[in-house]
Design a protein around this ligand. Structure first.
Ligand code: GLY
Length: 393
């Protein structure tokens, strides 16, 4: 396997303003085309042979589709997008009220791009109410002893006393809830969780654990393990990308200076393990020459994280990370974005949800397909590059 060198990376072209506009308009056109199928229904988490089937508002991923609708609405101002977004927020309110598939930490992934976004954009009281209920449910998963939000399963499950790196993107829902209500309890949980997470999931070389277990009796850190990565000690590409964006978001809300070197470390590890075309394989263990699928969604998530963090860094560093983000987005737009709706109803090809290996514990699905969060973060990255975007997170 081989990875791109820093020097080669620096020479890659950045996406231009005109290319951003073209890619953004193309992606918004695809979102609008999909409204017929996906207003009452939601696209499932991953496409099958390039096409998302429709389903109910279940699973951890439906908020990304509503987020795409809001991003397309921001770009075009089209009423049919706003109408669809409002309808979907009704579905999210019903979901949290009826407690449909909400026994998970993924409530931020679900409610930030759908309902917080709808509240910020059109002052939807439905969105506000649903998102605050979701924030209450999320803090209910916090373990006082271990000081973390449990990712999966029932809170008393003997084998699931752990956090996962992905949860960093669930925390903005809590910061928003404190901003909105003035109640500190949400922010306090977010603060404790991010502290515990960053202290444990980041290894000395700034690669990351996907999941980390704690001792249920004492709350002490116990051991790291992968679920969706290739093996325990490797760096699952999307986990590393959640680490990049999660640290940037953490900095946005806390301004803790010690998060800056963490951001730089996890980002630089990610960049040092990119293949020649800048779109990572599903695990950073793999590079050019390996017969393994890509995870294009990781490139989009990482680009969003770099663009967020660049807002707070001194100019030279900010320029560096903005430039890299523009290179990643160009790589996606030129080589991975869907340009023909006959090929796929998604936005970005060659993503990987869950690739089974001899050493991991995950099921095998959504491999080398579109994944709905990959589509969402690609659209978010393009939006970030097109204007000073008011974040949904
Ligand atoms: N948060 C689950 C995933 O990234 O697959």
């Amino acid at each position: 396997m081989s990875w791109v060198t820093d020097r080669e990376l620096a020479k890659k072209p950045e996406i231009s303003e005109a290319e951003v506009a073209k890619a953004l308009d193309g992606a918004c056109g695809q979102v609008i085309r999909n409204l017929t199928d996906f207003t009452d229904k939601f696209p499932r988490a991953y496409s099958e042979d390039g096409f998302y089937p429709g389903g109910k508002n279940v699973d951890w991923t439906t908020g990304f589709w509503t987020g795409e609708i809001w991003l397309a609405y921001e770009r075009t101002g089209e009423k049919r997008l706003r109408d669809a977004g409002e309808k979907q927020m009704d579905s999210f309110l019903n979901r949290i009220q009826q407690k449909i598939d909400v026994e998970t930490h993924d409530l931020g992934f679900l409610y930030s791009p759908s309902c917080v976004a709808g509240y910020k954009l059109i002052q939807s009281q439905t969105g506000r109410k649903a998102a605050l209920m979701a924030a209450d449910a999320l803090i209910g998963r916090f373990h006082e002893k271990g000081e973390f939000i449990q990712a999966w399963g029932s809170l008393d499950a003997p084998d699931n006393y752990r956090l996962i790196i992905d949860c960093l993107l669930n925390l903005p829902l809590l910061y928003w809830a404190t901003e909105e209500t003035g109640e500190k309890k949400y922010q306090e949980v977010a603060q404790k969780h991010i502290h515990t997470a960053l202290a444990n999931v980041i290894r000395d070389d700034f690669s990351t654990w996907h999941t980390f277990f704690f001792n249920r009796e004492t709350g002490e850190p116990d051991h790291g393990a992968t679920c969706q990565g290739y093996r325990d000690g490797s760096a699952w590409a999307r986990g590393q990308a959640w680490g990049i964006y999660g640290t940037a978001i953490g900095y946005r809300y806390t301004r803790r200076e010690d998060y800056i070197p963490i951001f730089e470390g996890v980002t630089d590890y990610f960049l040092r393990h990119l293949p020649e075309d800048l779109v990572p394989f599903w695990d950073l263990e793999f590079g050019d020459g390996d017969d393994q699928p890509r995870d294009s969604s990781s490139a989009a998530i990482a680009a969003c994280g770099m663009l967020e963090m660049a807002k707070y860094l001194e100019e030279e560093k900010a320029k560096h990370y903005r430039g890299i983000a523009r290179r990643l987005v160009k790589a996606l737009a030129d080589g991975y974005a869907v340009t023909d709706p006959a090929v796929s109803n998604g936005l970005v090809l060659h993503s990987t949800y869950s690739n089974h290996s001899p050493y991991n514990t995950c099921n095998h699905y959504g491999v080398d397909e579109c994944n709905i969060w990959g589509d969402y973060f690609y659209l978010e990255a393009l939006t970030r590059l097109s204007k000073d975007w008011n974040v949904y997170w």
